[in-house]
Ligand binder design. Structure first.
Ligand SMILES: *[C@@H]1O[C@H](CO)[C@@H](O)[C@H](O)[C@H]1NC(C)=O
Ligand SMILES: *[C@@H]1O[C@H](CO)[C@@H](O)[C@H](O)[C@H]1NC(C)=O
Ligand SMILES: *[C@@H]1O[C@H](CO)[C@@H](O)[C@H](O)[C@H]1NC(C)=O
Ligand SMILES: *[C@@H]1O[C@H](CO)[C@@H](O)[C@H](O)[C@H]1NC(C)=O
Ligand SMILES: *[C@@H]1O[C@H](CO)[C@@H](O)[C@H](O)[C@H]1NC(C)=O
Length: 865
């Protein structure tokens, strides 16, 4: 059974409305970042850059104090060669003194330093140092901001990152550290080959009985890799009629020294030699020149790659170095001859993946090309000649398949989206072994290390194993890679000190256990991390109770449910135990035990386990500590705050400047503009003076001024302009308000006339309908109306005398307020409920007698009779 069931959708619809959080998928390449956001708010696609590009250059840079990203950052390398940071994927968890770092130095113009963790930091020209994790985190945060902008500001915290299957645990840690520094959470890491496979499987269906084998061949900037996968339709559950697509990884192969970047480097070598020969100078000594040449090499390579018929391309760099405008021509033949030795290395990963899986080219249906460097004709022809033209497939998007597959993988993991089910069974790439010191037989014996491979390369991720040790005393186990993973990289992963053993064993023994043991559970997670999950002391104790005996009879013993056991006996076989002597045995016991119980065979036992203390010490390249990550996060947050403050200041500056120009236009306009009509000469003069003064100030001191000062300068001018604006608004508003006032005046008068008539009628004629209102009510309204009229007449006359460029004596707001009073009183009467009928027996409409409204009631249903 697969541990990981990945359900995938083509259109995403959400399952749970309340808990939905959007998900960000990132394919962080050495040259390009591709990202995708999964949310019901936006169509499922790759995330666009600010200028609508579908991929984002993996560069962060500083132009003096301004931080730049993507192509803006990449493009300034020629001017700021030590402040533009690219190809950082090479440096994730790279030990400072490793060949990887030497290689990085050969392709980069930046300055590098060693961190306290033995990894790499980069140094800006201002002297500040930034760890690789921090620089990568900045880019993750940049991508997150793009995603949040696409989602109208909704927060994004969950991330899936596609990583190469060859990434070691240290490198995976570095990715997760960067995600955390960026203030996000890693939902999962997914191997990029598997992500491409998910993308491939999305729109296809597969046979039920026969797996179909394909190789995902990915040539990226920093490496070439091959992932051998099979696709097959399998029932969702045994005997189910619903089918899921099973994606199984069978093998991987890779070469971490060839890829697009190495091709760029080779091309640049051609240009360097050419330049140095032509001008008798050493361009290598010039950082700017080298950075410019690097960019040009990438451009020339792209031209030679874009068109198979492009036999040559011009290289051209203005003022490359030493004031020289460099021009040259690179032929495809030159380029290919420079790279001749790489040809076998482009295809070896394919053979390695086949070997790993124990298959041959004949078993493979197609080799699916992905990754930007597969566009290079040299690489394509190498792959073609290795597997045959007919097997080459271009049926996934070379740039986007990994991120889109990764997004769907993550969407399914988060269980928030509806599904086409795809199950992924991935594997680990390197042998992982457990090492520990053998228990010394006597004082004189030399300490001896025993190594046992627990997760051989090709083990399914998302599995665990329980190791059994016959130990009496506390000891430590170490998890490490059996062989070299990357030259110069450490092989140790972690050490787990297990303590409390003697006490726990004594306890179990005392309770009747015979030969209790220590069991440690090691886990290989879905994201490819190994860890020691826990350790226990364990012993079987005869259960003499009735329940125990019954259990035994029905075979319900707990011990038969033991999951996976790999035994390493240090006492019984310590003599024979060579470094690898027990591997095959361990492997043999890898299989899950049969779930069928074996009743009556074993004596009744009661399992007893006592948890032991496990203290984990980290490897020589440890992941960042919580404190280190917090410090980095604070550092990044400080930059964000600074940049936000800077943006606010720029906005205040621009807004002031814009305001000044607008005001100057207003003042300069001699025609009868509303502004002119509503302002007086002396006011305009005051504004002119203030305007020129502010212009001057902005020019002299504006750049250094703080945001509040910039804002106050604008406010000062606005306060001069405000009365003019107000007059103009009143010119617009007053007639409307007056009209409304007159309307209420008029309708109140109408109402009163009619109501008076009704009242009079009802008083005169006992058969007439009773009046709804009393005399007092009507008198009250009449009074208010007269007051309103008097006020209105008086003030409207006054206002009529006021000139347009003078402040009004009667504000439209006051007009409205007075009218509102009248309106309210009128409405109160209009809305008044008709008088209630009297319930007195024999009462009729003739009851209306007095002038008091309370008494004049209309019988219910009168209107209907
Ligand atoms: C691979 O091909 C060989 C020979 O063509 C065949 O014998 C073998 O069964 C195939 N293996 C699989 C897994 O299909
Ligand atoms: C053994 O440990 C259990 C708890 O883990 C404790 O309750 C018990 O008293 C211990 N027995 C002895 C004999 O120490
Ligand atoms: C006054 O208001 C009425 C009704 O809203 C409208 O028909 C009339 O045109 C208005 N007159 C003026 C001068 O605004
Ligand atoms: C109020 O309305 C009355 C009657 O319609 C009219 O005679 C009077 O002039 C109006 N007063 C004002 C200020 O509009
Ligand atoms: C006056 O009486 C008529 C007839 O009963 C009624 O429709 C109208 O609403 C009354 N008017 C007022 C202002 O009360």
């Amino acid at each position: 059974m697969n541990r990981l069931v990945v359900a995938v959708v083509i259109w995403l619809s959400l399952l749970s409305h309340s808990t939905l959080a959007s998900l960000l998928a990132i394919d962080y390449g050495s040259d390009w970042i591709k990202a995708s956001v999964v949310s019901p708010k936006v169509p499922f696609d790759v995330l666009l850059n600010k200028d609508s590009k579908r991929k984002i250059q993996s560069t962060v840079a500083w132009k003096k104090e301004d931080r730049l990203f993507a192509s803006d950052a990449f493009n300034i390398a020629g001017r700021y060669p030590t402040d533009s940071f690219s190809s950082l994927k090479y440096l994730q968890a790279a030990p400072y003194d490793s060949p990887t770092v030497s290689y990085y130095i050969s392709i980069s113009t930046t300055e590098i330093l060693e961190t306290s963790r033995g990894t790499v930091a980069l140094k800006r020209s201002d002297g500040s140092e930034w760890s690789v994790e921090e620089l990568v985190a900045m880019q993750f945060a940049y991508v997150r901001d793009l995603a949040e902008a696409a989602l109208d500001g909704e927060k994004v915290t969950d991330v899936v990152v596609a990583v190469p299957s060859y990434f070691t645990q240290h490198e995976r840690d570095a990715v997760i550290d960067a995600v955390e520094i960026a203030g996000m959470r890693t939902l999962a890491l997914v191997n990029d080959g598997s992500a491409v496979a998910v993308n491939y499987a999305m729109t296809r269906s597969f046979e039920k009985d026969k797996p179909e084998y394909h190789i995902i061949y990915d040539a990226g900037a920093s490496a070439v890799r091959a992932t051998l996968v099979s696709f097959q339709s399998v029932p969702v559950e045994p005997k189910s009629k619903t089918y899921a697509t099973q994606v199984t990884v069978h093998g991987v192969g890779f070469d971490r020294q060839v890829g697009g970047t190495e091709l760029d480097r080779r091309l640049r070598e051609i240009l360097i030699r050419d330049f140095n020969k032509k001008y008798h100078k050493d361009i290598r000594a010039d950082r700017r020149g080298m950075a410019k040449l690097w960019k040009e090499s990438g451009r020339v390579k792209a031209i030679l790659s874009a068109n198979a018929d492009a036999m040559a391309s011009k290289a051209k760099v203005e003022s490359l170095a030493f004031d020289i405008d460099y021009r040259s021509k690179v032929t495809r033949a030159d380029f290919e001859s420079e790279c001749r030795d790489l040809k076998p290395r482009f295809v070896n990963p394919i053979y390695d993946a086949l070997d790993f899986a124990g298959l041959s080219v004949d078993n493979i249906s197609s080799v699916i090309l992905t990754g930007g460097a597969t566009r290079t004709p040299m690489i394509q022809s190498a792959v073609k000649s290795a597997v045959g033209d007919g097997k080459i497939a271009y049926n996934v998007n070379a740039d986007e398949a990994a991120v889109l597959g990764g997004a769907l993988y993550g969407a399914a993991l988060s269980r928030q989206f509806k599904t086409k089910a795809i199950r992924v069974a991935d594997i680990n790439t390197y042998d992982v072994q457990v090492s520990y010191q053998a228990e010394a037989k006597n004082e004189a014996a030399k300490p001896r290390t025993i190594n046992t491979v627990v997760f051989p390369a090709g083990s399914k991720v998302g599995s665990r194993k329980t190791l059994t040790f016959k130990r009496k005393d506390d000891f430590a186990i170490r998890l490490n890679y059996k062989g070299q993973t990357v030259p110069g990289y450490p092989t140790d992963i972690l050490e787990a000190e297990i303590s409390g053993i003697p006490e726990a064993l004594a306890n179990l023994t005392e309770r009747g256990a015979i030969d209790p043991v220590v069991k440690a559970t090691v886990v290989l997670s879905d994201s490819g991390f190994v860890s020691v999950q826990d350790a226990v002391a364990f012993g079987e104790i005869k259960d003499e109770t009735v329940t125990g005996k019954l259990k035994s009879f029905f075979g319900g013993s707990g011990s038969s449910a033991e999951e996976t056991v790999s035994e390493q006996e240090t006492l019984a076989r310590s003599e024979a135990a060579e470094e690898t002597s027990t591997n095959s045995e361990a492997d043999a016991q890898d299989k899950k035990p049969s779930p069928t119980p074996t009743p009556n065979k074993k004596p009744s036992v009661k399992d007893n386990t006592i948890a032991l203390e496990v203290k984990v010490n980290l490897a020589s390249i440890p992941p960042m500590s919580v404190a280190q990550k917090r410090a980095s996060r604070d550092r990044l947050a400080a930059i964000d705050r600074e940049e936000a403050a800077k943006r606010r200041k720029e906005e205040a500056h621009n807004s002031l400047e814009g305001y000044l120009y607008r005001m100057r236009d207003l003042l300069d306009d001699e025609s009868l503009t509303p502004f002119r009509k509503c302002s007086q000469e002396q006011e305009r003069e005051a504004m002119r003076v203030k305007l020129e003064e502010t212009f001057h100030w902005l020019h002299e001191e504006g750049e250094d001024a703080d945001t509040p000062v910039l804002i106050s300068k604008r406010t000062a001018l606005e306060s001069l302009e405000r009365p003019v604006i107000h007059r103009y608004q009143e010119v617009e508003e007053f007639p409307k308000a007056l009209n409304a006032s007159q309307m209420w005046n008029w309708s109140t008068r109408l109402f009163l006339t009619e109501a008076h008539q009704n009242l009079t009628a009802s008083l005169k004629d006992p058969n007439a309908p009773p009046s709804k209102y009393t005399q007092e009510e009507l008198d009250g309204l009449e009074k208010t109306l007269r007051e309103h009229e008097t006020w209105l007449n008086e003030w409207v006359e006054k206002q009529k005398l006021v000139k347009m460029n003078e402040d009004p004596v009667l504000e439209s707001s006051e007009l409205k307020e007075k009218a509102k009073k009248l309106e309210t009183q009128l409405q109160r009467l209009v809305k008044k409920k008709p008088p209630k009928p009297k319930k007195t027996a024999g009462a009729s409409s003739t009851t209306a007698t007095a002038s008091s409204g309370q008494e004049t009631e209309v019988p219910v249903g009168h209107d209907e009779l």
